[in-house]
Write a protein that binds this ligand. Structure first.
Ligand SMILES: [Zn+2]
Length: 182
């Protein structure tokens, strides 16, 4: 187990995701197997429920085991979030590994953690192999809240701690519920 991961469940408000948005996130990750995928969940800052999933192109040279969001898409997204007061949650997939942040993940997030409310890994790992593309089994998905620790990397950025968080998937049926779950 990575020493950056705290497995105590988060006692704060769970991460709320609208059902259709959750499905779009999982379907995107499944559609690109055996490659890793990345994207973001988006919500208005004053709401608690994530209402949009936006896939980002994975430009990593080794897409089987890593992800690198397309720089242009990335910059446009971050600027839009700032302008429109949106909160972002970073999503990526692990086609053949458990939903635990890798060393590349923890190093990669060190410089941009402040941009995100949380972090989700969608894992298709199963008994040492990945699911077949047609396999309808739900992936093993985990969410983490990100915290800057007091220790620093050699290059000056903060070491990031990943705290396991609960996810609540919200079925949005009518307007009355929308008001409650915003
Ligand atoms: Zn990863």
């Amino acid at each position: 187990m990575h020493d950056s991961i705290n497995n105590q469940p988060d006692t704060r408000d769970p991460i709320h995701i609208e059902c259709a948005v959750w499905e779009a996130m999982v379907n995107h990750a499944r559609s690109q197997l055996p490659f890793e995928t990345c994207g973001v969940l988006i919500k208005p800052r004053h709401c608690r429920m994530y209402r949009e999933f936006r896939p980002l192109m994975n430009r990593a040279s080794e897409r089987l085991h890593s992800f690198q969001p397309d720089a242009q898409e990335w910059v446009a997204l971050v600027m839009q979030a700032e302008r429109e007061q949106h909160t972002l949650l970073l999503v990526h997939s692990h086609p053949g590994r458990p939903p635990i942040p890798s060393t590349e993940d923890t190093d990669g997030i060190a410089l941009s953690a402040a941009l995100f409310d949380a972090y989700i890994i969608v894992s298709f790992h199963k008994d040492g192999t990945h699911h077949k593309i047609t396999d309808g089994d739900p992936p093993d998905t985990r969410a983490y809240r990100l915290h800057a620790s007091s220790t620093q990397h050699r290059h000056g950025s903060r070491h990031i701690l990943f705290e396991l968080a609960h996810i609540t998937i919200v079925e949005r049926k009518d307007d009355s519920e929308r008001l409650v779950t915003c």
